[in-house]
Design a protein around this ligand. Structure first.
Ligand code: KG4
Ligand code: ZN
Length: 373
């Protein structure tokens, strides 16, 4: 069984093909980061337009990779440039059994581009179109790796839009244990990065700057760790970073390096976020009795977070599973894989046009509302 996966929920256009016997056989990605950089964040209208421009060449590219695999060629990652010769036209179905696309949550226009595209292609090829929950994609992404987690497990989902601790008993069997009451972890990284004068997306840039920072100069609080519960709050850390920068800049007026100050604030912020997540994950493992932890979503690419969680799980005699770095941030592979777990040969091939949700996008969509396939 072969599933074509399409991700367009925010500012990455991701396309991949997952084969149930051979695993991932193609993936191609185009990041819009450089376009949105000039605006300091994602501009939804521009994001939608770019998805429209990128989808066809990316799909053609993925089909070409899959064909190369069948002919014994290697499968390199692609930046979305279309192959020169068009031997992967869209007329006949090239052996795809279903098309999985991100149906939500995300930016409405961006989701609609993916949904319309996926459903039109599915109609042409007479295969089912499967609307996938973006966070379920992140949650299942570690299963693309050789060291794949088995259910049940605890999931730390940390992206630009969400910070959640979830107990996963099986596909579609999710219980929310805790979440951020204000900013998502990635959002906090991005906002503090802006305060530090770093460009969008701020998370990776802040993590890089923090490497040069002094871990002992400032200590930011570990929010909500001094009380029971598994919820998070990160907006106070942003204020803390701003206050520290202002105060230190005033005294720095008398001397001192601005570059050093920015790196030290970045380090203090990153340490506070990482420590807070480690404390909550340790608590969740103990309270739930689970012995497998997965971390996924853009912030899951943070190396300090991965290393600290690894140390913690060893102390707790548990196991940590992470997707490879490129599959922590948004990508088509996780959507194709989630589609493979949700595909049934009985899935409908045509949407009910009287159904107002025929195009099936959900800008807001709770992970706990999913049901097993
Ligand atoms: O999962 P993702 O690609 O998109 C959403 O679903 O939101 O996550 C993007 C977020 C951004 O906020 C970005 O700054 C953050 O993940 N991020 C990082 C790192 N790489 C990406 N945050 C901290 N450290 C990183 N290395
Ligand atoms: Zn995401």
């Amino acid at each position: 069984m072969r599933i074509l996966g399409i991700e367009t929920s925010c500012d990455e256009t991701g396309v991949a093909i997952y084969d149930s016997e051979r695993g991932l056989i193609a993936h191609a990605l185009h990041s819009q980061a450089a376009i949105h950089n000039a605006y300091g964040g994602v501009v939804p209208e521009i994001a939608s337009r770019d998805h429209i421009r990128r989808l066809l060449p990316l799909v053609r590219n993925a089909l070409h990779q899959a064909k190369g695999q069948a002919n014994g060629q290697s499968n390199g990652q692609s930046n979305g440039d279309a192959p020169k010769s068009d031997d992967t036209g869209y007329g006949a179905n090239p052996g795809i059994d279903a098309i999985a696309y991100t149906a939500g949550p995300g930016l409405a226009g961006a989701l609609l581009v993916g949904a319309c595209f996926a459903r039109s292609l599915a109609f042409a090829w007479q295969v089912p179109a499967l609307g996938i929950h973006h966070l379920e994609g992140h949650l299942l992404a570690p299963m693309l790796e050789r060291k794949a987690p088995r259910f049940p497990f605890l999931a730390l989902l940390v992206s630009g839009g969400h910070t959640q601790l979830v107990e996963a008993k099986g596909v579609g069997e999710y219980r929310l244990l805790g979440e951020s009451l204000d900013d998502a972890a990635g959002e906090a990284f991005d906002k503090v990065a802006t305060l530090l004068g770093l460009s969008y997306p701020g998370g990776p840039a802040l993590a890089k700057l923090a490497q040069e920072g002094d871990p002992h100069r400032f200590r930011f609080p570990r929010p909500m760790t001094d009380r029971p519960g598994l919820d998070f709050s990160f907006s106070g850390l942003k204020t803390c970073a701003l206050d520290t920068l202002r105060k230190e800049k005033r005294s720095n007026a008398k001397g001192g390096s601005d570059e050093g100050l920015r790196a030290d604030v970045a380090r203090a912020f990153e340490d506070a976020v990482v420590d807070t997540m480690v404390i909550k994950c340790r608590r969740a493992l103990r309270e739930s009795g689970l012995s497998n932890l997965i971390v996924s979503g853009g912030v899951g690419a943070n190396l300090r977070l991965r290393a600290s969680l690894e140390e913690m799980v060893q102390e707790e005699k548990a196991d940590l599973h992470c997707p490879r770095i490129e599959f922590c941030t948004d990508n088509g592979a996780m959507i194709a894989y989630a589609g493979s777990r949700r595909f049934s040969p009985n899935s409908k091939t045509e949407p009910d046009i009287d159904d107002p949700n025929a195009f099936g996008i959900k800008v807001r969509w709770r992970l706990e509302d999913l049901t097993p396939p």
